[in-house]
Design a protein around this ligand. Structure first.
Ligand code: RP5
Length: 170
């Protein structure tokens, strides 16, 4: 059966609804950049068949990049990467036990041949920015929005009151 296009270009999946507070920061950043995305909670351990179905239909529905967020035994991004050759970005979710270092090591230590681009612990905004940068390779309007975002970020620092003395300095 043909998959329905939803307009989403980034598929965000996390291992649990408990990851939503972190992963919603990726949704927010993508919204700011006008990149359509979708967010799902699908555990690789608890619902592997549903996850595989989601991944299998994603490209036909318009998804071009995945972001996977998981904590602890954080296999989700690696499992997604095992089932697709679309780029996968992993977000290690902070945890009570290891502070998220457990999640980071679970996600970053992928075997040769199946990469996951891993961002910092809790780094959902950077995952969104990286996904947007990948899409911007073939989307000049998005590239312009990303450039404007960077410029605004730099300007905000230059205009910070703590840097008043430095304005106009050589
Ligand atoms: C992982 O286990 C999830 O990504 C989550 O970070 C962690 C705990 O999940 P819950 O027990 O809160 O559902 O799979």
């Amino acid at each position: 059966m043909a998959e329905q296009e939803t307009g989403a270009r980034v598929g965000i999946v996390c291992g649990s609804r408990s990851d939503f507070p972190v992963m919603e920061k990726a949704v927010e950043m993508l919204g700011r950049l006008e990149v359509p995305c979708e967010l799902h909670a699908i555990s690789a351990h608890r619902a592997p068949e549903l996850l595989f179905r989601f991944i299998a239909g994603a490209e036909e529905r318009g998804i071009r990049v995945f972001i996977g967020g998981a904590g602890g035994a954080a296999h989700l991004p690696g499992v997604i990467a095992a089932k697709t050759i679309l780029p996968v970005i992993g977000v290690p979710i902070p945890t009570q036990v290891g502070g998220g270092l457990d999640s980071l090591l679970s996600i970053v230590q992928m075997p040769r041949g199946v990469p996951v681009a891993t961002v910092a612990i809790g780094g959902a905004e950077n995952a969104a920015l990286l996904a947007a940068e990948i899409l911007a390779i073939s989307d000049p309007a998005l590239r312009a929005r990303l450039t404007a975002f960077r410029e605004a970020q730099t300007l905000a620092i230059e205009e910070d009151a703590s840097n008043a003395d430095l304005r106009g300095a050589p």
